[in-house]
Design a protein around this ligand. Structure first.
Ligand code: TYD
Ligand code: MG
Length: 452
């Protein structure tokens, strides 16, 4: 007999407790417990099962060659670690309206184009709404089937019967199981549904993509356990008002997580951006002070960015400092370094720093770019537009080494830059590249002398 029971769950780590607690003993977070009613089946004897199950020696495990298949989007394949892995569960998180449903519907289109059977299950939109979206995106083949359903047991039955090769669940927060009395989107429902999809993916060998909404704090709504359960977590991010979107791997059991895919939202769905640097630098002003091109790495990919700074006299005793796309504290720190090491009176100035294009970057290699942009604006002089820079700036004003200097230089050369300012320690003799003049600097003073 099933009996109803109230349990308290930690929303961060999924810790279960029979009573409410202020602090979770599992993850030490405060105020994370929520009450939920769950029904537990009376304990069935597991004896029979235990006798049937045997551990296996590592050497006895048969290796099947991992056969990935392409999603049709090279950018998505890269983030997934080289294509879609069969029998995997992929979570795609992101803010509302960022384009998760669009991306996955386009994946459906590409997969169905390769004659891979795909089932798109939506708990959020009606069939007509999906059709409208599909019409904007383009042609589909019959390998794609659609279903509007939120009942987990029904979905489970349909997937087992139809056995599609790939399934899209849009979204996990709308799914509910009859066995659990709490409402859809609650911790226990989300956990139950994810568990069921994991089971389906592994047993039937199908790939399931689930969409998860993101809360204001930027984590997938519902428990953190969701992220622990799935094989791969991807975040789709970007400014809703800007056209570009970045798909970032946060967790990946089948590949590295430091890859990104860049997309652009167009009239007719998402398009891949194969050269993000060119895209980020489009629209860079000519002969403007406070604008410097820097190079940051996203995974193994160098991306050139325009760092903009505006420094003006403060009208109040307390200067305003804002940073868009990078860390405000880092900007404050770098301004303090400039004030002290170059004797500039920056404490009397407001400063606004922006990474153009709405992209967010926190890499220390951007430091030199930020410093030079601030100086360029402060001194009202322009940095040569064919110059790029990268390097970490330390508290004594020293320019420190960064990794992957060579890739950054090659990317700059590819886009036609002729001068590159970089940390002296990162510059070794064999790195001389034709067509680009490399200037190694030891500290901020040298960098300033070289280009301003
Ligand atoms: P959607 O995929 O519905 O977002 P999510 O599922 O993440 O909530 O994205 C919708 C936004 O994208 C919507 O505001 C309209 C825009 N859009 C386009 O600009 N072009 C298109 O071709 C499509 C389909 C959507
Ligand atoms: Mg959606």
């Amino acid at each position: 007999m099933a009996r109803a029971k109230t349990i308290y769950f930690c929303q961060e780590c999924g810790y279960e407790s029979s009573k409410w607690m202020g602090q979770c003993p599992g993850c030490r977070q405060w105020n994370t417990f929520v009450e939920e009613t769950v029904e537990r089946k009376a304990g069935a004897s597991a004896d029979k099962q235990i006798r049937a199950v045997r551990p296996v020696a590592l050497a006895d495990i048969e290796m099947k060659r991992e056969e990935r298949f392409t999603s049709g989007f090279p950018e998505l394949d890269r983030v997934l670690g080289g294509g879609i892995v069969p029998a995997s569960l992929v979570l795609v998180g992101g803010d509302p309206g960022i384009g998760k449903s669009t991306l996955l519907l386009q994946v459906c289109q590409k997969l169905s184009g390769q004659r891979i059977s795909v089932l798109y299950i939506s708990g959020e939109e009606s069939l007509t709404q999906i059709k409208l979206r599909a019409q904007r995106i383009g042609e589909f083949t019959d390998s794609l089937t659609l279903l509007c359903e939120t009942n987990l047991e029904t979905i489970d039955g349909v997937i087992r019967r139809e056995k599609p090769q790939a399934v899209i669940i849009d979204s996990i927060q709308t799914m509910y199981s009859e066995n659990i009395s709490s409402s859809p989107g609650s911790v226990s429902q989300v956990r139950e549904a994810t568990g069921a999809f994991m089971q389906l993916a592994k047993v039937l060998g199908i790939t399931i993509f689930i969409v998860g909404h993101v809360t204001k704090e930027g984590v997938v709504a519902g428990p953190r356990v969701l992220e622990h359960m799935v094989d791969t977590v991807l975040y789709f991010e970007g400014d809703r008002h800007a056209a570009y979107r970045i798909l970032r791997g946060v967790k990946n059991r089948f590949g590295s997580t430091n890859e990104i895919g860049v997309f652009e939202m167009r009239e007719r769905g998402l398009a891949e951006v194969t050269n993000p640097s060119e895209y980020m630098l489009s629209g860079k002003p000519k002969d403007a002070s406070g604008s410097v091109v820097a190079c940051a790495m996203e995974g193994t990919r160098p991306i050139l960015l325009e760092v903009q700074a505006l420094v003006c006299r403060s009208n109040f005793g307390f200067p305003r400092r804002t940073a868009d796309g990078t860390d405000t504290n880092r900007v404050n720190l770098l301004m303090a370094v400039l004030e002290k090491r170059l004797n500039l009176r920056l404490s009397e100035c407001d400063a606004y720093v922006n990474i153009a294009g709405g992209i967010k970057m926190n890499e220390p290699a951007l430091d030199l770019g930020i410093v030079l942009a601030i100086l360029s604006s402060y001194k009202e002089c322009c940095v040569d537009e064919k110059t790029i820079c990268f390097g970490e700036v330390g508290l004594s004003g020293e320019v420190r080494a960064v990794n992957m200097a060579k890739q950054r230089i090659l990317e700059a050369r590819k886009l036609g830059f002729t001068t590159c300012i970089l940390p002296k320690v990162s510059l070794d003799a064999q790195m001389q590249a034709d067509g680009i003049h490399l200037i190694g600097v030891e500290n901020v003073q040298q960098a300033v002398r070289k280009i301003l």
